[in-house]
Design a protein around this ligand. Structure first.
Ligand code: SF4
Length: 310
């Protein structure tokens, strides 16, 4: 990759051992013969997602992002990135809303590439990734997740955007970095999964992230029978894309998790577009980051979650 990113290795101590990571190659090495004392476990979550803005020009019914114009300040984000990087976080995922609508999106990715060792990914609907944006992002991003809820008419009925235009834009996405596709799984998208795999693989994708539909506003969670069908599809799958599933839906699926001891806020946290730190984008529990340190607010959030569980 033509990279703005120095080729540095990031080290992270945790309950499973010493985790060594290189963002440019995506190589993860877990040295599990070396027990890492808990006092040396990295304090930051392994992965943090950041909703840069709540703005989006689409109106998918399953969307969980509030329809508001909130967006994060550039200087606040860069301060959080520096702290996360210094405390063993391995990667950040920019999202929204639609992150490519964040006014300084390319500059932010360039900053993260140049000033931190964090792996940078983002999730996008893909319709704004033209040649010019691809040129500005190339070498600053390590992975892109493109939403593809079904193919053809299914996609267009959900996203109200042209499916051929999305596929054409995947050429630009592929010029930036490795990429995968995300599918919100419900009764409409499930029958399209084989076609999603075929089209995404032809376009150069390497991963398929399955997102069983969560309950949001007027939309219900994926019904149990559809979840069972998805599980059967996964068990029979022999396609070229690596399959992933979100942690909240992983029960009952054949998954491999070498870092199972690193759970909760040690594994993952989310910062929403109002600057609230949460255990996930769907969670109703969160603590405002303000001007303080991310690690201090993480401790407050952990206390609050314990309190809520009582
Ligand atoms: S593209 Fe993403 S952020 Fe925009 S409405 Fe759809 S789900 Fe929400």
């Amino acid at each position: 990759m033509d990279s703005h990113q120095p080729d540095t290795w990031q080290l992270r101590g945790g309950p499973a051992g010493l985790h060594i990571f290189n963002r440019n190659t995506g190589l993860n090495v877990l040295v599990d013969e070396i027990p890492v004392p808990s006092s040396l476990h990295s304090r930051a979550p392994r992965q943090v997602s950041i909703a840069l803005t709540n703005r989006c020009d689409l109106a998918c019914v399953h969307c969980y992002a509030p329809k508001s114009r909130d967006e994060l300040r550039f200087d606040a984000i860069t301060r959080w990135l520096a702290e996360l990087d210094a405390n063993g976080c391995l990667g950040i995922g920019f999202g929204g809303g639609e992150p490519t609508l964040y006014p300084e999106f390319a500059r932010l990715c360039q900053h993260a590439a140049r000033e931190t060792r964090l792996s940078v990914s983002f999730t996008t609907h893909g319709h704004h990734i033209d040649r010019e944006l691809a040129e500005r992002l190339r070498g600053t991003v390590n992975f892109i997740r493109v939403s593809m809820d079904g193919v053809g008419a299914t996609y267009e009925s959900i996203r109200r955007k042209s499916f051929p235009e999305l596929i054409a834009n995947l050429d630009n996405v592929r010029d930036i970095s490795r990429f995968g596709v995300n599918v919100v799984i419900n009764k409409r998208t499930l029958p399209d999964l084989d076609e999603v795999v075929r089209i995404a693989a032809d376009a150069g994708a390497c991963e398929l992230l399955l997102l069983p539909q969560m309950p949001v506003r007027n939309v219900q969670a994926i019904p149990e029978d559809a979840l069972q069908d998805l599980c059967r599809w996964v068990n029979a799958y022999k396609g070229p894309l690596t399959l992933c599933i979100n942690e909240a839906s992983a029960d009952g699926f054949p998954i491999c998790d070498p870092l199972a001891g690193e759970r909760g806020l040690r594994a993952y946290a989310h910062i929403d577009a109002m600057g609230v730190l949460k255990p996930s984008s769907y969670s109703k529990t969160g603590v405002q980051l303000g001007e303080g340190s991310v690690l201090q607010v993480l401790d407050q959030l952990a206390d609050e979650l314990v309190e809520n569980d009582r």
